[in-house]
Design a protein around this ligand. Structure first.
Ligand code: BV8
Ligand code: ZN
Length: 249
C-alpha cells in the first residue's frame, strides 16, 4: 500500500521525528553508516558516556569539538529546509529531533525539541551551570584530536558537551512535550533514524498506537509492523521536497 501524499496536506497535526540521517546530506557523519559513521573511528557508546569523560576529558571534549566544527562548516540541506517549509504550510507541526546539531534551527525551524541535547549548550560537569564563555572555532586537525575542556567560571569544574550521554536521563520537559505530541498527532514522519536508541525510539510507536499514520523516510526500508505505517525509501534531501510538491500540488 502506497502512502497518499494528500494525507500530509490534510493533516491537522504533523510530528516530524528526525535522526542523524536528516543531516547526512549536509556532510555530518551518522552514527551507524558503515563508511563514514562516527562509530567507525570512535564507538559513541563508549565515548558518549559520563565514564569516558571522567577517564579522559580531553579525548571526549576533543571529539565533540571536532563534531561541533563539522556542524559549523555545514549547511542545512533540502531535508531541513523542507521541514521548516512544512511548518509554515500546515496548521500544526511539532519537530522532535535526536540530533545535537543546530541545522534544523539554521534552516528556519522554530521550537525544535532536542531530546538528546545540543552541541551548542556546553555546561559545567561539576555544577551543571551553562558555560557562557567564548568557544573558539576548534580547528582540530582530525577526529580523535585531544583538547582540554575549558573551566567553569563559577566553580572551576571541567566544561562538558550539553548532550545527553548513554546512561543519562533525557530532559524531562522535552520528553514530555514529545510524548504529548506523538499521542495527539494524526501523522508522524520519521526521518533518517535507525530507531535503535531508547527511549526516543518509542516516539513513532506512540503515534502508531493511537492511530496516527507513520511514514519512515530512509534509504533503508524500516520494518512496518502495523497498518498505517509506510516506507518512503530514499534520501531525505530528495524524498521530502518531492513529498511536499506532491502533497500541495
Ligand atoms: C537512558 C547524544 C536511563 C550524544 C545520543 C539495551 C537495550 C535497550 C536500551 C538500552 C540498552 N542498553 C542501554 C540502553 C539505553 C540506551 C540505549 O538506547 N542504547 C542503545 C544503543 C541500545 N539509552 C540511553 O542510555 C538513554 N538514557 O536510557 O537513561 C536513565 C533513566 C532515568 C534516569 C537515569 C538514566 C540516553 C540515550 C541518548 C544517547 N545520546 N546522542 C551524542 O550525540 O554524542 S544517542 C545518538 O545516537 C543520537 O542522538 C541518536 O539518538 C542515536 C543515533 O541514532 P540515529 O539518529 O538513528 O542515527 P543512526 O546513525 O543510528 O541512523 C541513521 C539513519 O539514517 C540510518 O537508518 C540510515 O539508513 C539513515 N540515513 C542515512 N542517510 C540518510 C538517511 N536517512 C535519510 N536520508 C539520508 N540521506
Ligand atoms: Zn561549575
Amino acid at each position: 500500500m502506497e502512502f497518499d501524499p494528500k494525507r500530509l496536506a490534510r493533516a491537522r497535526h504533523v510530528v516530524v521525528f528526525s535522526g542523524a540521517g536528516v543531516s547526512a546530506q549536509s556532510g555530518i557523519p551518522t552514527f551507524r553508516d558503515a563508511l563514514t559513521g562516527l562509530w567507525e573511528h570512535f564507538d559513541p557508546a563508549r565515548l558518549a558516556t559520563v565514564q569516558a569523560f571522567r577517564e579522559d576529558p580531553a579525548l571526549v571534549w576533543g571529539w565533540y569539538e571536532w563534531r561541533r566544527q563539522k556542524v559549523l562548516e555545514a549547511q542545512p540541506n533540502a531535508a531541513h529546509l523542507t521541514i521548516a517549509e512544512l511548518a509554515r504550510r500546515l496548521p500544526r507541526l511539532t519537530l522532535i529531533t535526536q540530533n545535537v546539531d543546530d541545522l534544523h534551527e539554521r534552516a528556519g525551524s522554530l521550537d525544535v525539541l532536542h531530546l538528546h541535547g545540543s552541541l551548542h549548550a556546553p555546561k559545567c560537569f561539576a555544577c551543571h551551570r551553562p558555560f557562557t564563555g567564548p568557544l573558539p572555532l576548534p580547528s582540530l586537525p582530525e577526529q580523535g584530536a585531544r583538547l582540554e575542556p575549558p573551566r567553569c567560571t563559577g566553580c572551576n569544574g571541567k566544561i562538558r558537551p550539553g548532550v545527553v550521554w548513554f546512561g543519562e536521563a533525557l530532559p524531562e520537559r522535552m520528553l514530555k512535550r514529545a510524548v504529548q505530541a506523538a499521542r495527539e498527532c494524526d501523522l508522524l514522519l520519521s526521518v533518517g533514524t535507525s530507531g535503535l536508541v531508547q527511549p526516543a525510539a518509542r516516539i513513532p510507536h506512540l503515534a502508531l498506537q493511537q492511530g496516527a499514520c507513520v511514514v519512515h523516510i530512509n534509504p533503508q526500508p524500516q520494518p512496518c509492523t502495523a497498518p498505517g505505517e509506510y516506507n518512503l525509501v530514499g534520501r531525505a534531501g530528495e524524498v521530502l521536497p518531492h513529498l511536499l510538491d506532491q502533497a500541495f500540488a
